[in-house]
Design a protein. Sequence first.
Length: 506
Amino acid sequence: MPHKLVTSVVDGKAVEGARTVASRNPARLDDVVAEVSLAEATTFIDAAASAKRAQTAWAAVPAPIRGRAIAHIGRLVEANMHELAALVTRDIGKPYAEALGEVREIVDTCDFFLGEGRRLYGQTVPSEMPDKQLFTFRNPVGTVAIITAGNFPVAVPSWYIVPALLCGNTVVWKPAEYSAAVSAAFHDIFVRGGGLPPGVFNVVHADGPATFSGLEAALEAGTIDKVGFTGSPEVGREIGALTGRHLQNACLELGGKNPLLVTPSADLDLAVEGALFSGFGTAGQRCTSLGTVIVHETRHAEFIERFAAATAAATVGDPSGEVLMGPLLDQKFAERYESFLEWIQPHHTVIGRTGRINADNPREGFAGDPADGLYYHPVIVDGVRPGDQIFDHETFGPIVGVTTYSHFDEAIELSNAPGYGLSASIYTSNPADAFAFRSRTSAGMVSINNSTSGAEAHLPFGGNGKSGNGSRQSGMWVLDQFTRWQSMNWDYSGKLQKAQMDVTEL
Ligand code: UN1
């Protein structure tokens, strides 16, 4: 298949970098999806300056008209849904049905925010003095740098970019290098669909070091006012430190080590289905993927037996077909995942085969169709405990730990022990357990009798602890990321009334 050169777009113009890298289809490594021209730090700096220049005029467009631009973008995405989803599948190996769901999430996000353009409410507030009125307004933050991962190459960026634009901000987007082809298609649809003037939405394809130095210089120059980042906790800490030094509060959405509790009253069929989907769907590469099943000791044997059988029957293979999981995202992730496999300890019971699927004998271990890509076996590791790396850290791959508990308090403690706090679920038919879990989990998102994955586009999305700094995306909650409150008071008494000093006493 032909592949194209993907370049950065700054101020409406294509900008090439000094070197190119190939972005490959992880399901067929000989399929080069795009050659990506990698930008230097200066391109990022130029993009931020261009966003800054474009921002005043964009903010002056009435919010309902910006909402109309978002509506047009949503329609164009919808009209190109299948092509975009097929490109997601080819670029990162996400099974087609999931890729289509991901593209639909952009449409959902546009649907939500097109109305927000007519609703970007402020308040009228009573004053403590007569003949004086108080008001609040939402102002755009200014210019926004968005740095996103490639596991959700279009839905998650839309969670930032759609509300940022709607609120009157301009954007510099740095997508993952390994999802450059679909990122370029997304950018093109947004700019064309929204009729966005040059500089309003810039895209910079760059590696980590160029992005970091470009971002630092732009923060220094005052051309970036807000940073949104979805990615690993390690990089999130660096972004948090960098933005903190510039007195900014980044929106950080980081990883998860998401627990799933199976209580004595759980419906085991449902729990197994949920564990299978959130453990191995997207090959375990969602930030909401299942990390550890915490199962009551009386249900452990039965759960393991059923979960192992369901996993053995799961289809691994060509993501353009109907499979539970395709390949890992990219060579870099495959290598990282392989190093995590070394965390398996002698006291663990490994169910299934670890590592790459053997192309010569694909049915060895769990079933699979390896083709010539980054296919791995789904694996269950029973007997993990706090202190084991596999219990404590996110693996970002198709591996699920299992541990047991005897008392409910112990289950809660185990579920919070790794120090993340993104998504957590409990399977129970006891409402008291469900509500106790909700109030005691560290997670920002809780599921009752549902898997850890599958957030909807209009609910607050985000985590605590190592999963983020408490910022929330999606729905009306994200407006607080992309606007700043301004207050105004208007005194029409014709005299100086001094707050706190001239208050009428009752
Ligand atoms: C992510 O992995 O970065 O809830 C986001 C879910 C998805 C979003 C995951 N809708 O699993």
